[in-house]
Design a protein around this ligand. Structure first.
Ligand SMILES: Cc1cc2nc3c(=O)[nH]c(=O)nc-3n(C[C@H](O)[C@H](O)[C@H](O)COP(=O)(O)OP(=O)(O)OC[C@H]3O[C@@H](n4cnc5c(N)ncnc54)[C@H](O)[C@@H]3O)c2cc1C
Length: 552
């Protein structure tokens, strides 16, 4: 007989693990060492899962989903969280229940149809591996700014944005999804007749098509409002506004940015772009934020392939950690004052066009740039473009108060409001006595702020939430959004309610209910996670020993 609640739970989990190991071809474990490895993601939250499952085929995910669904029908909720590389910055890739790890076994690139530019892949393959395969044929999936180690499943479920000003979700053609009850759905564009036959199915898939079609009829004005919004935001399920388009019906957009809350993507077909490695990479140093805005606008007129911005305060932090970026290092060493560095690339196929563009650009920005350079070769270009990603490693150096980017990242500010917004941020900085240096993906005007804050004590946490409350209110007041990068996950869920009106929130809840009637799909992500939960799950931002939630 089990003597305590803890050991009783461990006993049940080991029985479940044994049962699943008997029925799945992949692996299932309750080993502490493994569970603690999955306790964190790229955010500042932590939770230790009960079980980790490594499916090796779609059928494993089906069986697992069916098992948790049947358990839930009997009143026992054991939620499942699919996970790629765990880089998510909103606490959406951690779980109190089951982690489904896709990169270990479900990591294949199956085939590439060069004529149609379509590539069929499994969810656990990384963006780097997909492009290594595609680039052999002169194609790629654009993902600059996103770590190559991110998986395609995670990137689609987060609707990850890139320095090209695109979203990874833009590349998706079709999805295979395991639904909450273990049924499989293949999403694609359906004609009226095909939709009608789907609606006739006496399965969960049929029920979903019927319910979504009715919901679309009943929510026309809300959907019009979502479709009309020019503000990029991934909170909730904004893809609902794309489901009915040009006489066709397609559930694919609904899954983009859904963070594993509507189903588990088990396979997909992506549309590849032509690849040109001969980018002309340039960097520009500016002395003030006003100059930065002017230079960004001028560069954008020349239609760069990518453009990102790093605040001088962060560039100096990277320098302190040993990074010597060619464009900033000499200025830091001389003690020159500068506000930011902008790194961009021209991707035109003709070398002459690229050279002409950069010459014209440098002439146009002559008055506003303190320094500029063009990368001489591929290695120099890569080094220049890596300046932002280096910051994540750099941020591990200050154990007491590392810069926290995850809560403050993915912030859209309308381009014409950036100057105003930065001035307001300056006031916030003075009021809360915390610096808010930033990086930005300038093509899409998406900013990430990096305040250095301790989150050890209750007061620290209260200060963090107060700051974020004021910060997110400022973003909304300037016509922006805090979920323009990844969707809200758990971390931002309590704050984003201010972004959507009551009708939109009710619509999103109805969608969740249709796909996830028993709460088995990534519970706590997107809704149901309150501020007190965020406080409970907070860990130290640099991953050092912090208040990790122990299994009960
Ligand atoms: C250094 C760094 C830089 C980053 N830069 C950017 C950036 O420029 N732009 C940006 O938007 N984000 C960025 N991120 C955030 C993150 O890297 C991306 O969102 C990334 O695409 C997540 O991929 P992943 O494989 O790590 O997914 P995970 O973190 O493992 O998962 C992400 C979400 O997807 C869900 N999910 C995973 N697999 C599936 C599946 N098969 N089916 C359904 N749901 C699934 C998970 O449940 C979770 O909700 C950055 C993060 C870091 C650490």
């Amino acid at each position: 007989m089990m003597s305590s609640k803890v050991s009783n739970k461990e006993y049940i989990m080991s029985k479940i693990s044994q049962y699943l190991n008997e029925h799945l071809t992949g692996d299932v474990t309750t080993a502490d060492a493994t569970r603690y490895t999955y306790a964190t993601d790229g955010s500042i939250l932590a939770a230790v899962p009960d079980l980790v499952v490594y499916p090796s085929v779609t059928d494993d995910i089906r069986k697992l989903a069916r098992f948790t669904y049947q358990l839930a029908q009997k009143g026992h909720i054991l939620p499942m969280s699919p996970r790629g590389s765990g880089l998510n910055q909103t606490g959406a890739a951690i779980s109190d229940g089951i982690i489904i790890d896709t990169p270990t076994h479900m990591n294949r690139v199956f085939e590439f149809d060069q004529k149609q530019r379509l590539v069929r892949v499994q969810p656990g393959v990384t963006l780097g591996a997909i492009n290594a395969a595609l680039q052999l044929h002169g194609f790629h999936i654009p993902y600059e700014g996103v770590p190559a180690a991110a998986t395609i499943g995670g990137a689609i479920a987060s609707n990850t944005h890139t320095h090209h000003g695109t979203y990874i979700g833009d590349s998706v053609a079709e999805l295979e999804v395991v639904l909450a009850n273990g049924d499989i759905m293949q999403t694609k564009r359906l004609s009226r007749r095909e939709l009608s036959s789907k609606k006739g199915l006496q399965t969960m898939e049929g029920a979903i098509y019927r319910a979504i079609d009715t919901l679309l009829d009943d929510s026309q004005s809300t959907i019009k409002t979502i479709a009309a919004s020019r503000v990029p935001a991934n909170a909730g399920y904004p893809g609902i506004a794309q489901v009915r388009r040009r006489g066709m019906f397609d559930l694919t957009p609904l899954f983009i940015g859904s963070q594993g809350t509507l189903g588990i993507v088990s396979e997909m077909i992506l549309e590849a772009d032509l690849y040109n490695e001969d980018l002309l990479t340039f960097a520009v140093l500016v002395e003030s934020y006003d100059d930065m805005v002017r230079v960004i606008n001028t560069i954008l007129e020349h239609q760069p392939e990518s453009l990102h911005v790093v605040d001088s305060r962060l560039a100096k932090l990277a320098y302190k950690a040993g990074r010597r970026h060619a464009v900033v290092a000499p200025h830091i060493e001389r003690g020159d004052a500068f506000a930011a560095v902008l790194v961009g690339a021209f991707g035109d196929f003709s070398e002459r066009t690229r050279q002409r563009k950069v010459k014209k650009l440098f002439k146009d920005i002559d008055r506003y740039s303190a320094d500029r350079m063009v990368a001489e070769d591929l290695d120099e270009a890569r080094a220049l473009r890596s300046i932002e990603n280096d910051l994540y490693a750099t941020c591990q150096i200050a154990p007491k108060a590392s810069p926290i980017s995850s809560l403050f990242s993915g912030v859209y500010i309308p381009p014409r409001r950036v100057t105003d917004f930065l001035a307001s941020i300056q006031k916030l900085t003075q009021h809360y006595r915390v610096a808010l240096p930033f990086t930005a993906s300038a093509i899409s005007s998406i900013y990430s702020f990096w305040p250095s804050l301790p989150v050890r004590s209750t007061q620290d946490k209260q200060a963090l939430f107060k700051l974020y409350d004021a910060f997110s209110a400022l973003v909304i007041a300037h016509g922006g959004s805090v979920t323009a990068g990844e969707a809200e996950g758990r971390l931002k869920a309590p704050f984003v309610v201010k972004e959507d009106d009551a009708g939109t929130q009710a619509l999103y809840q109805a969608i969740r209910q249709i796909f996830d009637p028993h709460g088995t799909l990534n519970a706590g992500v997107k809704n149901g996670f309150e501020l007190r939960d965020v406080a409970k799950y907070l860990r130290l931002p640099n991953g050092a020993a912090g208040p990790i939630i122990r299994p009960q």
